[in-house]
Design a protein around this ligand. Structure first.
Ligand SMILES: Nc1ncnc2c1ncn2[C@@H]1O[C@H](COP(=O)(O)OP(=O)(O)O)[C@@H](O)[C@H]1O
Ligand SMILES: [Mg+2]
Length: 365
C-alpha cells in the first residue's frame, strides 16, 4: 500500500478515570498490534485532567505509565465535522484523522461522552456509539434492557442517593450475602460484598461516594465466565474464558495489582453444550444492547446450569493479561487481525451513518 495514502488512525488513551494506567497499558499493546504498513498510526494521550496531548516519542510506552501534560503538545479536536486535529500551541492543523481508536476505560471514555465528541467531530471511531456505550456503562440500565429482552440477570434493587434506605426490606427481598456497587463505574471500584445489615449500611455509604445511583444485588454463587464479541450487524463470539478469583471476588487488586489475585482459564473448561449457550447468550446480549465493534460479555454459570449476564464492557482491557484479546487469540484471531477488523468496523459504521437522511426532504426532490 502507498504509505502516503494510508488512513490516519488516532489511538487515544489515558483519560481521567480510575483506569488511566490500565488504558496506557492497553494502548501499548494495541499500538504494537496495528499494522503500520496499512495504517498511519498517531498517538494522543489524555491526561488525568482531560487535556489531549500529542505523543510523538515512539518509545513512550517503554518509559511512561501515565500521560503527562505538555503545553507545547496540546491537541484539540473541534466538534465541527472537519476531522481536523489542531495543535493548540501553534494554532495550526496537525492532521486530518480518518478513524479514532478510543482505548479509554470507564468514565469519560467508555460511557458515551467521548463517543459523543467523536460523533460531533465527524470522525469514524472504533466501538459502540453514544447510546450503547452509555447504557452498558450503567449497570442498572444494562440489566433492565437485558431483562426486558428475556435475558436472565441476577436479582437487584436500585437506590438513588435521595432514596430511603430500608435495610430490612432489602434483606426480605434479596437476603444475604449481597453485593453493593456504584451504577456507573468499573474495575470493581466501590464494590463490596456484605453479610449483614451493618455491613450493608457501610457499603451503601461507600458506593454513594462514587455515584449518585447504586445497585444492591443478590450474591451469585457460580463460575465467572467471559466471552468476547466482535462485529457490527453480524457479531461473532470468541471462545469463552473463566476468571477464578483467589479471594472471594474479582476485586481491583485481583484485576491489576496482585498477580495471584485471579487465574484466567482460556478456553473455559465447560461442556461443548455450555460453550454454545454462552456464545449465543453473549451475541444476544450484544445485540439487545446495540453494541458495535467490540464488547466483552461477563456471565455467571450457575451450578444448576443456569446462565446469568453480570455486565457488558464496551471498551474492555487490552493489556497483555486482558481477557478480550486473549479470547480472540485462542479463537484464531491474532492481535493484528483483531485491530484491523475493529478499525474497519468503525469505518463501515460511519459510512453507513453518513448516508442517512438527517433533514426533512420534500417528496420527489
Ligand atoms: N451479584 C454478584 N454476585 C457475585 N459476585 C459478584 C456480583 N457482582 C459482582 N461480583 C464480583 O465482583 C466483581 C466486579 O463486579 P462487576 O459487576 O463486574 O463490576 P465492574 O464493572 O467493576 O467489573 C465481579 O467480577 C465478581 O467477581
Ligand atoms: Mg466486571
Amino acid at each position: 500500500m502507498n504509505k502516503a495514502t494510508r488512513p490516519v488512525v488516532l489511538l487515544l488513551f489515558g483519560g481521567s478515570s480510575a483506569e488511566h494506567e490500565v488504558s496506557v497499558r492497553s494502548a501499548a499493546n494495541v499500538a504494537a498490534a496495528i499494522d503500520g504498513d496499512k495504517y498511519d498510526l498517531r498517538l494522543a494521550g489524555i491526561d488525568k485532567k482531560g487535556r489531549w496531548v500529542l505523543i510523538d516519542d515512539p518509545g513512550f510506552f517503554g518509559k511512561h505509565a501515565v500521560v503527562s501534560y505538555r503545553r507545547e503538545k496540546e491537541l484539540f479536536l473541534p466538534p465541527d465535522g472537519s476531522r481536523t486535529l489542531w495543535s493548540l500551541f501553534d494554532r495550526k492543523p496537525f492532521c486530518t484523522v480518518d478513524v479514532v481508536f478510543p482505548l479509554i476505560h470507564g468514565t469519560f471514555g467508555e460511557d458515551g461522552t467521548l463517543q459523543g465528541l467523536l460523533q460531533l467531530a465527524g470522525v469514524p471511531f472504533v466501538g459502540s456509539g453514544v447510546l450503547s456505550s452509555a447504557v452498558c456503562m450503567d449497570k442498572d440500565f444494562t440489566k433492565r434492557m437485558l431483562r426486558d429482552a428475556g435475558v436472565a440477570v441476577g436479582r437487584f434493587l436500585v437506590f438513588r442517593f435521595c432514596d430511603n434506605r430500608d435495610f430490612r426490606a432489602i434483606r426480605e427481598e434479596l437476603g444475604f450475602p449481597l453485593f453493593v456497587k456504584p451504577a456507573n463505574l468499573g474495575s470493581s471500584v466501590g464494590i463490596s460484598r456484605v453479610n449483614d445489615e451493618k455491613e450493608l449500611a457501610r457499603a451503601m455509604e461507600r458506593a454513594f461516594r462514587y455515584d449518585t445511583k447504586i445497585l444492591v444485588e443478590e450474591a451469585i454463587t457460580g463460575r465467572e465466565i467471559e466471552c468476547a464479541v466482535l462485529g457490527n450487524e453480524t457479531p461473532v463470539a470468541s471462545v469463552s474464558g473463566e476468571i477464578v478469583p483467589a479471594n472471594g471476588f474479582y476485586s481491583y487488586e485481583a484485576k491489576y495489582i496482585d498477580e495471584k489475585g485471579a487465574r484466567l482459564v482460556i478456553p473455559a473448561q465447560v461442556s461443548e453444550q455450555d460453550e454454545g449457550r454462552i456464545k449465543s447468550l453473549a451475541v444476544r446480549s450484544y445485540e439487545v444492547l446495540g453494541c458495535e465493534g467490540l464488547a466483552r460479555v461477563d456471565c455467571f454459570l450457575l451450578p444448576d446450569g443456569g446462565l446469568l449476564v453480570n455486565e457488558v464492557n464496551t471498551l474492555p482491557g487490552f493489556t497483555s493479561i486482558s481477557m478480550y484479546p486473549k479470547l480472540f487469540e485462542a479463537s484464531g484471531v491474532g492481535a493484528r487481525e483483531l485491530t484491523d477488523r475493529l478499525i474497519r468496523f468503525g469505518i463501515e459504521r460511519h459510512e453507513r451513518q453518513k448516508k442517512l437522511i438527517r433533514a426533512f426532504e420534500v417528496p420527489g426532490e
